[in-house]
Ligand binder design. Structure first.
Ligand SMILES: *[C@@H]1O[C@H](CO)[C@@H](O)[C@H](O)[C@H]1NC(C)=O
Ligand SMILES: *[C@@H]1O[C@H](CO)[C@@H](O)[C@H](O)[C@H]1NC(C)=O
Ligand SMILES: *[C@@H]1O[C@H](CO)[C@@H](O)[C@H](O)[C@H]1NC(C)=O
Ligand SMILES: *[C@@H]1O[C@H](CO)[C@@H](O)[C@H](O)[C@H]1NC(C)=O
Length: 786
């Protein structure tokens, strides 16, 4: 034990002091009882008292009288030297062990002497020596004090113990110098002292979280002894610090349409406290608007503000987010900060095109510059993202004019033509200047309305109709069609036939037209022999205002039908009796007796005539030329031939079916040729003829010549039709026609050309005429002069 070691070291000094005190006490000894006082802790052999002397005993007889001491204590603290009678310390005496904390401490001895037996009582008082230092039960005290402890708070300290008693016991406590605590020392009723630690000034864990002090206990011995213990004070945290944001105001930029979960900012608040007092949760401040709470979220633990909704620049260009931070300690106080989020525009809005007025259809004759539509464009984005430009294709006759920003007029840049383009789909492209740009297309349908700017026009420049005569009245003979590129009423056509005269009769008595269909109808049955062709003018008129018209001529040719039988022109039966003629008996074979002349009012093949001898008294005597109708003798006449011959001649045209006529003539054989022949006229081939045409009938000459002979009541015009073959075969066909101009002589050459003979007094007129496809009609008009 430390205390015990300390006592031993001090014992030598104390011994000397108490020795002198002992002597004074010994003198007080009374009979039968002796009292000694010695300090504790004397060493073995230390002198206590001369007991023999103090009892008046003879030293020499001590042994003889069997001097001895009997101790009542367990230990034999003292012993007597029988030689000199000195009582000395046998065993170290610890007062504290012997008497504990009693203020007085002593033990008793019995001294026994025999012969005679004498008993003495010896009391040995043990005096305290300051051999114990105060000591604390622990060398270190741990004390936890909240930083929120109020000044004046008391914290009892464990007392120190000092085994010594009296003035050697604990006198007071001392505390090492510090700024927060002092000691309050109090005395119990038993006089012992204890100390309380009193808080003098407040603690602050955040400044200093631990304090160390030394507590010293001092006794009242001289010299004084002391013991120390260390006091370790741990300052417990109190939630006395609110969290603090890095900044009270943050400014961040956030792109529009940032995806959900994007971290806008990570807030950082710190709290000087510790533990839950420094455990911070983040949340919206009470006055954060609902809108902000819908768009953003605050992570309670990390302080991250994230995007939660759709960030639309067009709805809000900035947001103010108020966030609070609060620790988890008791009576936590919230602190606030503000985050200003500036939203950056993205090009996320298409330009919008608004057609404020569209005037369509537009008339095709509208002058250039006519306004078709007023257009406004807008874009919700801002800056270049909202800067919109408009355009239309270049190839249309329209232009965009911009009177002021974002307003456009669509005007015509040229005249329009509905008949060329009836409607335009103008694609308007509105494009912003964002990157990448966004654009909107809108199609404006511009319809062009019709103006009556086109006259009807017929499909053909002229119409030609070939109509066979004897047509049924009322039948359609042809149809004309006109077209009008305009539309509606402007293209609604009606047809009419312009008034006029045909041979003194109104056209309307000849033909009519269906005004809707353009079908033309014959109103009468035509006769080629009377009317070979005529022309009408058909007019088409639209229903526009004013109406437009156009004309077309329709040429109608009446084609021939074989509706006329040949007509015997000469000789003509007079009063029902067959014409007669005479033949001189002396003529040679081949003598031209007479010539049958016939005509056919029809045209072409229908008027081409063939002559045949149908009956003859003597078929061996006369023959008739198939084409010319010339009757000639075949042989010389002989005596036995009858003098009167009857010939029946058939004249037949070439129509299908053919029509024919017959004529009978009576020929008398005479001995001499009379001067004039009353019936057959001049049948000779002499070049002579009367200077006028007053001969009985025209006669046809053979060999391609035609000689007008006899009296004609009128001037004839001959029509000659040449077949393609006839040009090679010298075929020629003549027929009277009108108007008559007259001619003397002509013939056709082998090549088919008509040649004029040398006729100083006659002129020949050749009039080409259209005929059936296989024929070429040439009117040969012979005009005669006297
Ligand atoms: C938060 O702020 C504290 C004090 O300013 C600092 O020490 C800490 O590093 C910050 N934390 C973050 C994540 O920025
Ligand atoms: C214009 O557009 C409309 C609608 O798409 C379509 O019916 C019409 O045929 C178009 N016209 C032209 C001339 O392209
Ligand atoms: C059509 O013919 C009539 C009569 O000849 C004439 O008056 C009119 O001007 C013509 N019209 C046209 C468009 O040629
Ligand atoms: C025809 O006969 C009638 C009586 O029958 C007669 O009067 C007339 O003269 C005759 N004509 C000729 C030309 O002979």
């Amino acid at each position: 034990m430390d205390t015990r070691g300390a006592k031993k070291r001090l014992s030598g000094k104390w011994h000397a002091v108490y020795r002198f005190a002992l002597f004074t006490c010994v003198l007080d000894a009374v009979w039968g009882q002796i009292r000694y006082s010695i300090p504790e802790e004397l060493e073995h052999g230390a002198f206590v008292g001369n007991i023999a002397e103090d009892l008046g005993l003879d030293l020499d007889k001590l042994s003889a009288r069997r001097f001895r001491i009997v101790s009542g204590a367990k230990k034999q603290y003292v012993e007597v030297n029988l030689e000199n009678g000195v009582l000395f310390v046998n065993e170290r005496i610890d007062r504290e062990e012997l008497c504990e904390q009693s203020l007085s401490c002593s033990f008793h001895l019995q001294v026994v002497i025999e012969n005679p037996l004498e008993l003495y009582r010896v009391e040995v008082e043990i005096l305290d020596v300051n051999d114990n230092s105060p000591s604390f039960p622990w060398t270190e005290f741990n004390l936890d004090i909240s930083e929120s402890a109020a000044p004046g708070s008391r914290f009892p300290l464990e007392s120190a113990q000092d085994l010594d008693v009296g003035s050697n016991s604990l006198r007071t406590y001392l505390l090492s110098v510090n700024e927060h605590f002092f000691l309050d020392i109090q005395t119990r009723s038993d006089g012992s002292k204890f100390a309380e630690l009193v808080l003098q000034s407040p603690l602050d864990r955040e400044q200093q979280s631990a304090h160390q002090m030394v507590l010293t206990a001092v006794d009242g011995g001289s010299p004084e002894r002391s013991g120390t213990a260390q006091i370790d004070i741990t300052v417990l945290d109190a939630n006395d610090n609110a969290p603090v944001f890095d900044q009270s105001f943050y400014r961040v930029r956030l792109a529009e349409n940032a995806p959900k979960g994007t971290v806008v900012i990570k807030l950082n608040a710190s709290d000087l406290d510790e533990g839950p007092n420094a455990d911070i949760t983040y949340s919206f401040s009470g006055h954060a608007p609902i809108k902000v709470r819908q768009l953003f979220s605050v992570d309670a633990n990390t302080g991250e503000i994230k995007v939660k909704g759709v960030i639309d620049y067009e709805k809000a260009r900035m947001h103010e987010i108020y966030v609070q931070a609060k620790d988890k300690g008791p009576s936590a106080v919230a602190v606030h900060c503000k985050v200003l989020v500036n939203v950056l525009d993205k090009n996320d809005n298409l330009p919008e095109v608004i057609l404020t007025s569209v005037s369509t259809p537009v008339q095709e004759d509208a002058p250039p510059g006519t306004v078709i539509a007023v257009i406004s464009v807008m874009d919700k984005d801002s800056g270049e993202n909202g800067n919109v430009d408009c355009e239309i294709p270049h190839h249309v006759p329209f232009q965009l004019h911009s009177s002021f920003k974002n307003y456009y007029t669509l005007v015509t840049s040229d005249f329009l033509d509905r008949e060329a383009v009836a409607e335009y789909n103008i694609t308007l492209t509105a494009r912003d200047m964002g990157s990448p740009p966004l654009f909107t297309r809108k199609t404006i349908l511009v319809q062009v309305s019709d103006v009556n700017d086109n006259a009807p026009h017929f499909k053909q420049p002229s119409y030609t109709v070939y109509l066979t005569e004897n047509n049924a009245p009322g039948a359609s003979i042809c149809s004309v069609t006109a077209l009008d590129p305009d539309s509606g009423q402007n293209a609604y056509l009606s047809y009419s036939i312009l008034e006029g005269d045909i041979r003194g009769m109104p056209v309307s008595t000849y033909v009519s037209i269906n005004s809707d269909s353009g079908n033309i109808y014959a109103l009468r049955s035509f006769d080629h022999e009377q009317l070979k062709n005529f022309q009408i003018t058909v007019q088409a008129q639209d229903a526009g205002f004013p109406p437009l018209k156009s004309n077309v001529s329709v040429n109608i040719f009446i084609l021939d039908q074989n509706d006329n039988p040949p007509v015997i022109v000469s000789p003509v039966p007079i009063n029902g009796t067959a014409p007669s003629g005479s033949v001189p008996r002396s003529v040679d074979a081949g003598y031209l007796v007479t010539k049958i002349s016939a005509s056919d009012p029809d045209a072409g093949q229908n008027s081409r005539l063939f002559y045949q001898l149908l009956q003859a008294t003597d078929p061996s005597l006369f023959s008739i030329a198939l084409y010319t109708g010339e009757i000639r003798t075949i042989r010389q006449l002989v005596e036995k031939d009858p003098t009167r011959h009857r010939l029946v001649i058939l004249v037949k045209d070439n129509g299908q079916p053919p029509l024919s006529a017959t004529v009978s003539i009576i020929l008398s054989v005479v001995d001499s040729l009379p001067d004039s022949h009353p019936d057959l006229g001049d049948l000779s081939l002499s070049a002579h003829h009367s200077s006028n045409f007053n001969s009985n009938f025209p006669s046809m000459g053979g060999g391609g010549g035609v000689v007008g002979g006899g009296a004609l009541p009128q001037v004839y015009c001959y029509k000659m039709c040449l077949t393609p073959e006839s040009s090679k075969s010298d075929f020629m066909f003549l027929k009277p026609c009108s108007p008559v101009i007259g001619a003397d002589r002509f013939f056709t050459s082998g090549s088919g050309f008509v040649r004029r003979l040398s006729m100083p007094d006659a002129s020949l007129q050749i009039c080409p005429e259209v005929c059936h496809s296989f024929f070429i009609f040439i009117s040969i008009c012979i005009s005669g002069t006297s």
